[in-house]
Structures are given as structure tokens and as C-alpha cells.
Design a protein around this ligand. Structure first.
Ligand SMILES: Nc1ncnc2c1ncn2[C@@H]1O[C@H](COP(=O)(O)OP(=O)(O)OP(=O)(O)O)[C@@H](O)[C@H]1O
Ligand SMILES: [Mg+2]
Length: 434
């Protein structure tokens, strides 16, 4: 009798959300329940120091409970968008998670992966030593060396988390493998995986006769992507809809010489609107500097609100409000953004037209990536049979409409926005390891 195959897993380590697939007797392959009723978990960890003595290490609270603890105002530090750190010089650096406790960014990633692994092992009841890890087409745009370094950093973190045998697969290829499961004829598919950090495209030939092959190189006509997706949308929505109330693009006081007032310095707003830079605004020297900048503001209320944001550490909460507003108008309509945390009773309207204006340039750049993908393959748009959407940001209908318009004769298929990549990575892992 051949030896029983050793179990394996597949990890979709996303910028915003992560998932892990394992083989299961009942379904063949399933995503592991990571939180009650949820097969995806926010890629977030809260380092809680609340109530701890100075020498005690911080407690790590993962996923939704971590976000909740942070938003409740518990003492500690929230780490998000860890995947964006992989391609930057931050990966090897340390950061303070509270009261002088330093943690290396790489260890943050390792800890998160270890947590996913242990949840998967609870399900398989066996140690998982082999894994396929998903990767975006580019971790870093236009810099192959840094891109390779980012994958190596992720591999290092995965080894440190306890996996021994690792293999990488592109996230959009994984989505194509998942789509391929459900079809009974050959098709040329443009996969569009628009997530939190990257918008990735693959042009893939799929079909029932092809799905058992391990080597799919000949079926992959092109792979392309841009480092622009949902978290950039949140940033632009916050800059357009929320931060003007705190002075972004506001004007300074009238000048004695009658010259036009200057615009308020904008760097702090860009930092506040970028997940992994928010914490840099809270350091004592930075806060002191912002306090001294009162004279730059024509409207003192704007300055007061900005100070409120940095002193009360409201950056992540505000960016969360921007994300909620984006999702609320993703299919059209209007919403209100509640900013009571800044000032009692403060709220501001936001609608789909404003969202489109704020995101137009982003959407165009993403759509251009479709054209590049087709050019790379030497394929005319009319040859594409299906455009397959996955990733959370494909809930934003102006985006999917614009992408679909680039391949006007293709049939539009909306896959499972959250599960397709994870399950597809699982299919690839099964072919590789079983
Ligand atoms: N209904 C919706 N409309 C628009 N955007 C949405 C919707 N639901 C979720 N999103 C956005 O989708 C993004 C997360 O998508 P997803 O979970 O696919 O990303 P990820 O896999 O973590 O990121 P990546 O693959 O880029 O590393 C977030 O920016 C979130 O705001
Ligand atoms: Mg993803």
C-alpha cells in the first residue's frame, strides 16, 4: 500500500484578508473556518499591552477581535497591511508596539502565518509542513530585484512559522484554477483579481481536459498587475471625503501683504490615509510639530480636529470610515459618514459620484493594466471569452464595468470574491503535493 499522503495547505495571505485551504474528506478541499462562521480573516494583529507589567510581552489578538480591541481604544498597537511591508525596507526593521516593546515587522508576519497554520492544523489534526503560498503578480511594481526580495521575505516568514516545503503561485492563476473546476468547455479567460493591495490579471486558457495537468505554462498567455487596489481607494476616499474637514487642501490665514493664502502642508494627511504609515503620525515629535502648526491654518477648527485625530489616535478609525463609505456606495447611491468621534454630531455626506471622481484615475490605471495584459499575450480583446472577477474590490461596480468594457465581447462572470484565490491555491497544492 502506498504511504498515506502527508497533508498540505494553501495560504492566501492577502493585504486585507487571508484564508487557508486544506484537504478534507468531505469536500476534497475546504477553506478553514478561521473565526466563527468566517473562512477569511482580516490580515490584522493587535499587539495589546493593556494592563500588562513592563516586562511582559504584548498579547497578540488576531483578525476581527484584534480590530475590535483596537477600535475600542485598548492600549496597544494595530498592525495591518503587513503584505505591503514585504516589498519595503521596513521588513527588516523593528517597531515599537507600546511602552518600549519592540517587534520586528518580519516577526509580525511570521506570527500571523503561524496563527493561520495552527488554525489549519486544528482542523486537519496533523502537522502541516507543506504549503503553497499565493503571491501577487508584482509585490513591487517595476523593480524585479525588490520584488524577488519581497517573495524571499515572505518565504523566510513562512519557514519561521514552521513550514518546510514551500511553493508559490500567482493569485490570479489560482483564481483561474478555481473557475476551471466548474466549466465543461474550453475558454480563454481574463482573470481580474482586485483585492486590497494589488490588481492582478492573468489571461489563461482553461478547460476540462486541461485541469489535471500540473504544468500549465503553455496555458498562461500573460500575467500582469499593478500595485493599486482597495486600500488605495480607501486612501483617496478619505482624502476626498473626510480629511478636508481636518484641513486637507485647506488654506492658510489671509496674508498681510495681500498675497494669496498658502495651502496647508499636506504630508500629514497622506500619512494618515495610508494604513502602514498612520502610526508614524503619533510619535511625540510629530505631534509636537503638528501642534506648532496652528498658524498654517485659516480655519482653526480644522487644526483642532487634526490634533484630535493624532492625540486620540483616530487614524485607523477614520480610514475604516472611508472604507465603509466606499463599500456603501460601491453599487451607487449615497451615504453619511459619521464623524462623531472627531466632534460630537459631525457627519458628512458621500455619494457614488464623489467616489467616482475620487477614484477615476485609479480605475483608469487598473483598466490600462488589462490592455497591457492583452498586449503581452498578443491577444485581441475579441478573443477573450470570459472575464472572471474575484477579490473584494470587484464589489465596486464602476470598476468592473470599466474593466469589462476593455473586453466588450467577453462574458462577465463574478466568482466568489473572497474564496476563489484560496481554493484555487488549494487545487494547485493538491496537484503539487498529492
Ligand atoms: N462590496 C465591496 N465593494 C467594494 N470594495 C469592497 C467590497 N467589499 C470589500 N471590498 C474591498 O476589498 C478589499 C479586500 O479585498 P480582498 O480581501 O480580496 O483583498 P486581499 O486578498 O486581502 O488583497 P490582495 O489580494 O490585494 O493582497 C478591501 O479594500 C475592501 O475594502
Ligand atoms: Mg487577494
Amino acid at each position: 500500500m502506498p504511504p498515506a499522503p502527508r497533508p498540505f495547505c494553501a495560504v492566501d495571505f492577502g493585504t486585507s484578508n487571508s484564508a487557508i485551504a486544506v484537504p478534507t474528506p468531505e469536500a476534497g478541499l475546504s477553506l478553514v473556518e478561521l473565526e466563527p462562521g468566517q473562512v477569511t480573516m482580516p490580515t490584522a494583529v493587535f499587539y495589546r499591552v493593556e494592563g500588562l507589567a513592563n516586562h511582559e510581552p504584548p498579547e497578540r489578538v488576531y483578525g476581527r477581535p484584534g480590530l475590535a480591541a483596537y477600535l475600542e481604544g485598548q492600549e496597544g498597537r494595530l498592525m495591518r497591511s503587513m503584505k505591503s511591508i514585504l516589498g519595503s525596507t521596513l521588513a527588516s526593521q523593528s517597531t515599537d508596539v507600546g511602552e518600549g516593546r519592540a517587534v520586528r515587522y518580519l516577526d509580525v508576519v511570521t506570527g500571523y502565518l503561524q496563527h493561520l497554520k495552527s488554525l489549519a492544523e486544528r482542523r486537519t489534526q496533523a502537522p502541516l509542513e507543506r504549503a503553497v503560498l499565493g503571491r501577487p503578480v508584482f509585490f513591487v511594481d517595476g523593480d524585479p530585484q525588490r520584488d524577488a526580495q519581497a517573495q524571499q521575505t515572505l518565504a523566510d516568514a513562512a519557514h519561521a512559522a514552521g513550514w518546510r516545503e514551500l511553493s508559490f503561485q500567482y493569485e490570479p492563476i489560482a483564481a483561474a484554477l478555481d473557475y476551471e473546476q466548474g466549466i465543461d468547455h474550453e475558454a480563454l479567460v481574463l482573470v481580474a483579481d482586485i483585492g486590497g493591495g494589488t490588481s492582478d490579471f492573468s489571461l489563461v486558457r482553461v478547460g476540462p481536459q486541461r485541469r489535471t495537468r500540473l504544468d500549465r505554462k503553455d496555458d498562461i498567455l500573460a500575467n500582469h498587475g499593478v500595485h493599486l487596489a482597495g486600500t488605495d481607494f480607501d486612501r483617496h476616499v478619505e482624502l476626498a471625503g473626510i480629511l478636508p474637514l481636518c484641513g486637507y487642501r485647506g488654506l492658510g490665514p489671509a496674508r498681510a501683504d495681500g498675497a494669496a493664502p498658502r495651502e496647508v502642508p499636506s504630508r500629514v494627511y497622506f500619512d494618515l490615509a495610508t494604513w502602514h504609515l498612520i502610526n508614524t503620525v503619533y510619535t511625540a515629535p510629530r505631534v509636537a510639530e503638528l501642534r506648532r502648526m496652528k498658524g498654517f491654518y485659516g480655519d482653526p477648527q480644522h487644526h483642532q480636529r487634526l490634533l484630535r485625530v493624532v492625540e486620540d489616535r483616530l487614524g485607523h478609525a477614520l480610514l475604516g470610515r472611508a472604507e465603509e463609505a466606499k463599500i456603501a456606495v460601491a453599487e451607487g447611491g449615497a451615504t453619511h459618514i459619521d464623524l462623531g468621534l472627531l466632534e460630537p454630531g459631525l457627519r458628512v455626506g458621500f455619494d457614488a459620484t464623489q467616489a467616482l471622481a475620487a477614484l477615476d484615475a485609479d480605475l483608469e490605471r487598473i483598466a490600462e493594466a488589462v490592455d497591457v495584459t492583452l498586449r503581452m499575450a498578443g491577444t485581441p480583446p475579441e478573443a477573450v471569452n470570459v472575464v472572471y472577477f474575484t477579490g473584494g474590490s470587484t464589489g465596486f461596480s464602476p470598476l468592473t464595468r470599466r474593466l469589462a468594457a476593455r473586453v466588450p465581447t467577453a462574458r462577465v462572470v463574478h466568482g466568489d470574491r473572497n474564496a476563489s484565490v484560496g481554493l484555487g491555491l488549494g487545487l494547485h497544492a493538491r496537484r503539487l503535493f498529492q
